[in-house]
Design a protein. Sequence first.
Length: 205
Amino acid sequence: MDSDRASGTEGYGEQAPILLIRYEERTFEQEHGDAVEFFPREPCSIIDIGAGTGRDAGHFAGFGHRVLAVEPTREMREPAMALHPESSIEWMDDSLPELAKVLSRGETFDVVNFNAVWMHLDEAQRERGMENVAKLCHPGTRMFFTLRHGRVPRGRRMFDVTGAETVALAKPYGLTPIFELTEDSIDADNLAKGIRWTRLVLEQQ
Ligand SMILES: C[S@@+](CC[C@H](N)C(=O)[O-])C[C@H]1O[C@@H](n2cnc3c(N)ncnc32)[C@H](O)[C@@H]1O
């Protein structure tokens, strides 16, 4: 399959022009809320999977981190590369659950970031995806998730994934929760629609 159209990316290519504006308007702090304090402050290596417009990758680069930004939707990735040309961000076209190009490098990272991405995978893909992303971890790696709950936007493919399921899926790989909180959306439109988000941080033992 053309990784531009990896499953989970439905709708993003068509909506990329508006999403580029919308996603870049939000701050890293708004996106991650109380989970912000769990991100390392010292320069480290980060993989941002489903990096979108690169808002988080740009924030990480600004703190001196080295970032591998993985984004399968070409219509998001190419403008994102122009928006965030920092030399400490490497962009890659690859997709969950296989992450074949990423895994072929045999690297591990201090942080694995899934911001609003994991719920695009179905149950079998989440199982396979966790098996693969566990290979990106070493002792002390922190894995960040935000999981969206509520009505699925038109044209997207999304599932209601709980923090509890994600914790259970990660447990056999030695990843344990250090933070979990479910809250209302901070976006006024999404709040009116009853959208809620779970923020979850796991750590590799
Ligand atoms: C809601 S956006 C979030 C973008 C970015 N993480 C952010 O926080 O702004 C979801 C992103 O996940 C990407 N995505 C969807 N399915 C994916 C998959 N199977 N593998 C990797 N990324 C995927 C989409 O292309 C899109 O850029």
